[in-house]
Design a protein around this ligand. Structure first.
Ligand code: P6P
Length: 323
């Protein structure tokens, strides 16, 4: 990808090892795009008949995406190890690698069988103790330690959003050539919005600040807000966040009292942190209600978190309601 060879995030070329790793991820997602597009035609829809560490039923494509990402990156000399939503433990790769790759291989997989957009989310951390043998604790770094993050959404177009810590760029896959073509070189999220995304069926289970915020959105100009709002819920985080990055908005999957012991549904390390990096780099904000998500110190590879992200004015309002 020419972009990776020429880009100079924060004025410096992308280290070659990181370039190689990113290219391996991109190439794997290019192949996945084709498989997702064929779905039933190549027998890839439906459940794999197994469960993952999250206690979720795995779809065939979940496992295929996971296996293909591992195969696609395992020879990268700079990759010390990887962690996946689909695997309980991290996988050591190269003993002397600098980077750690974390991913949700196919987010939104409950949508696979009904032809709704799904996607791959990835986050790259720099290993803090490069020479020591890899252990799970190496991955438990806050989102501030990410050196790169992105997603590829498999939808009407296959589009990738990427940040290397110096803004957000977007590419669309040219299916004819197999190349990702740059379509936005400085993605920004407007500070205000008229659009919010949340699963409304959980309304009676939300905490008061979230309920207050959503009720005010629903009341629009007949309530305390100065505008009417629109609502979206694709139930595929990649697709919902892509809409927020593309035209602003607020995406929320907050804690609720259905499973009060869990801080939220979405995973911190390979869903919330990479999406928060992208959103902050595009001028938005991302909190768990009271705290900035990228400042959270993880204690478990698969820990969950309450997520509210998007247009800064709205996230500031939500944080104020939680304080
Ligand atoms: P619900 C997909 O399974 C996912 O992890 C996210 O991509 C999505 O935002 C959320 O769950 C949807 O959850 O409870 O609305 O089905």
């Amino acid at each position: 990808m020419q972009y990776l060879a020429n880009a100079k995030p924060k004025g410096a070329a992308i280290p070659s090892g990181l370039q190689d790793l990113l290219l391996a991820v991109v190439n794997t997602c290019t192949a996945l795009s084709d498989e997702v597009a064929q779905g039933a035609l190549i027998g890839l829809l439906g459940s794999a008949g197994s469960g993952n560490v999250q206690g979720e039923v795995q779809q065939k494509l979940d496992i295929i995406a996971n296996d293909q990402l591992i195969a696609g990156v395992k020879d990268c000399k700079a990759l010390a190890g990887l962690a996946s939503e689909e695997m309980e433990l991290p996988l050591p790769v190269q003993g002397t690698g600098d980077y750690l790759l974390l991913f949700d291989p196919l987010d939104g997989s409950s949508n696979i069988d009904v032809n709704v957009s799904i996607g791959t989310i990835f986050s790259i951390l720099k290993k803090q103790a490069p020479q020591a043998p890899l252990q799970t604790a190496d991955f438990l770094l806050s989102g501030r330690h990410q050196v790169a993050a992105g997603y590829v959404v498999y939808g009407p177009q296959t589009t990738m959003a990427l940040t290397l810590g110096d803004g957000v760029v977007m590419f669309t896959l040219n299916q004819a050539t197999g190349e990702f073509v740059l379509i936005h070189d400085a993605v920004t999220i407007a500070h205000s919005t008229k659009e919010f995304a949340i699963n409304m069926s959980n309304m009676r289970h939300w905490a008061e600040p979230v309920r207050r915020y959503v009720e005010e959105c629903l009341a629009g100009t007949s309530g305390t807000r100065d505008k009417d709002f629109n609502m979206r819920w694709i139930a595929s985080m990649v697709a919902d966040v892509h809409r927020v990055l593309s035209r602003g908005g607020v995406f929320m999957y907050p804690w609720d009292q259905r499973e009060p012991h869990k801080p939220g549904k979405l995973r911190l390390m390979y869903e919330a942190n990479p999406m928060s990096f992208l959103v902050e780099q595009a001028g938005g904000a991302s909190i768990n209600g009271t705290k900035v998500i990228m400042d959270l110190q993880p204690t478990d590879l698969h820990e969950r978190v309450s997520v509210m992200l998007g247009s800064k004015d709205e996230i500031d309002r939500l944080q104020q309601y939680h304080s």
